[in-house]
Design a protein around this ligand. Sequence first.
Ligand code: BGC
Length: 920
Amino acid sequence: MKITVILFQLITLFTGIYNVPNDKGSLNINRLRTEYLENPKGIDVLNPRFNWILKGEGRDRYQTAYRILVSSSEKKLNQNQGDIWDSGKITSNITNQVEYDGISLTSNTTYYWKVKVWDESNTESSWSETAYWSMGLLKFSNWKGLFIGHDVGYDKTDKYDSLYLPPARYLRKSFTPKKKIKKATAYTTALGLYELRLNGSKVGDDYFAPGWTDYNKRLYYQTYDITKYINEGENVIGAIIADGWYAGYIGYGLFVRLDKVREFYGVNPSFMGQIHLDYEDGSIEIIATDRSWKSNQGAIREADILMGEVYDATMENTGWDSPNYDDASWKTPKVYTYPNGQLQVHPSNLVKNTERIKPIRITEPKPGVYVFDIGKNIAGIPELKVKGPKGTKIRLRFGEILKRDGNIQTENLRLARATDTYILKGEEEEVWQPKFTYHGFQYVEVTGFPGKPTLDAITGLVLSSIKTDASTFSSSNAMNNTLYKNIKTTQEANFFDIPTDCPQRDERLGWLGDAQTYMRSASFNADVASFMSKFLIDVDDAQRWYGAYPNFAPFPYSRPNQYAPAWMDAGIIIPYNMYKVYNDTRILEYMYAGMEKFMEFQADASTDFIRPGGGNNWGDWLSVNEATSHDFIGASYYGYDAKLMAEMAEALGKTDDAKKYKTLFQSIKTAFAKKYILENGHTSEDTQTTYALALYFDLFPEQLAKKGASRLAEKIEKNGFKFSSGFLGTKHVMLALSKYGFDDIAYKLFQQTEYPSWGYSVVNGSTSIWERWNSYTKDESSNSDLNSSMNSFSHYAFGSVAEWMFINAVGIDTEDSGYRNIIIKPAISKEMNFIKGSYNSINGTISSAWNWDKNHLIMNIEIPTNTSAKVYIPTSQVSNIKESNMSLKKNPDIKVLQSEEEFTILKVGSGKYAFKIKID
Ligand code: BGC
């Protein structure tokens, strides 16, 4: 146990005894989560972590103790019988990452839990609401199913110019429960993609199950509670399977003519699973995939993530997934071998449909060619609604922007065919969505539609693994507010089981450079704790044997030297941020051995503590007019890694390692300064990015840092308050400027609308974040082939300014890890009239708003229960600060920690605070 925890316990023990119950009411307990998920159905972590969020009236409220009960049934929990675990009253202020510590948990079992807490005056809360989780199948011996598929005849014509797109496979099994059912659970997975069907309907609301992993190392399965859907008498369970990431086209394989373009993990998709029927009498029956199932082809004639789907409704096996269907013509399924990978539970949520969008207009750029505009650039699928003669063939194509002639631009999709085809069966109204493909689009081009379509013929379905609901942001600049919206739209479009670079072209890979630079921003916009935990497993799986992290993860291509400075460093930077944001040390433990190996790889590649560029090298990718050397980037990120490693080692109690990495950081810093920092405080390369990285990574000698920052500010001013930086430099320019007090300059960049700037995309009508600063211009004579081989309109990397928007503009940061000790330090500037924002941290919602009121600055903040904050008020005169119209002297809730030249620093507990500050 940490000394701070023991001290805390002693203090609360003594204060607790003498405290009288307060009049503010006891604390409320909200948002119970297990392993970051609300009531997960199926986890396989043996000592799951619990999280809850507290809310209390008034100020300075905190938890001094908690008690958790875990029961084997809801009934027992309601009677307060913790037959599985009763933690007893634990004196502690922690509310997240609380580890289960009861008896061993068993497969296929649901557990119910609740928690109560004691507050600062030892007032006991009532019990929280009940939460639950269930365990998946924990042992290999629990699995009874075979991997089954359907033989479609292997017709592989693997040429670059002709696609091989086999039909989907259909599997079915009829069964009749023998007794009364208490609970029915499906445990299912596929090598490929699958949709589970039961009695005519889709089971669950997942898309793209079982998710993308390195299938040679692990394959995730899903758990579905199907109790409600089981009938008495005959039931039919079915699965539709398609190639997916397992056997289909992935990334730019075709485009760059790799020797392999599909089938990276296997050739034929297969499905495996079992249904557990828990009968009321305590017996269990298992219906597992085996040779008694039936298999066939059906209406889905082609299904590929990149290429699209072809659905011939005339070939439907009507009723195939329901009872009373004659499957005599169906075949015995083909049995495939078990994969080498471990069967595990997906640690996060699968892709879901998060929004349905109605188009805002239809145009007809050519006779019979209709273009539907859904108003924003999303990742997802269309839903087609149509009525017409049998055999009518409707083709759907997708584009992010329009050409000048009103047709969709598809050149930037490269070799992603991204085309769906629907062939009508010609009955009543037909409603169809593809299942195993997705597209990045704002426009849907429809050809072959019978008659003139109306707006309701197409609906856009947003697909994403996340919900971007963790923050709010608004400011006095409407352009910046649109920018924030666009950042969220693009994050949603790309957080698709893995963080992809883009959702539209033949790429959609988990590029690590993009992910590391955006990680902290991602965490402000959405709860990405479980999403990024999953991705880090992919990153760890993809680590090269020699220690480098690869360019992207999962990494299906077997190519040598696939690593690059600032891309491979994601293996350190993302775990660090998981710790910083969610106080997650478990993921650090998981990644630690790999991270050490990576540090050794870097040490080997270095000479006198300077790590050169090397491997694939994209430098400060997509910078404009200024190039930063690859060596500079290699050396600076090595320093940053050492610094973060020291902090992470410390967090894990690895004191010797912490010391080792601190020393390494100092050695790198010295060598770096000798090589790259001149005596006048300039960098030898003098680009915006060199200052930004070196300043933000603390690589400047202390006495020269301010000069370096001034030079950065001067360079930006000379450049007309515009960027010359790319993926790596840009967010660090903003963070470094604010770190050294150049907030005015940062706001000028933030509000800039001329190229290159964020505002440039907004004033050009963008609804998303572009890959390039100049992806599109209104007056470009033809945008149709503008950089078409690499020009995505949905690339989150430049959206990494969200980190600055929240940490600096709104002013919300965490002092150590997990937002227990919050820092409120908004970048106050006359360049902006007001900024307002909030962030749902792991400890609750933090909000901060500031605005000018003549010669007064108004600051309104809210600090969640069980946390405290240091608030930076931009005046040295304590007497100029009022809170709730009271001078600070009289205010018992506020402690003045320090008053210095620029700031007065206050310490506050939880609650709402309204400051009015006279600024001379
Ligand atoms: C991707 C990027 C990625 C880059 C590597 C591109 O094709 O879209 O986002 O980081 O390659 O330079």
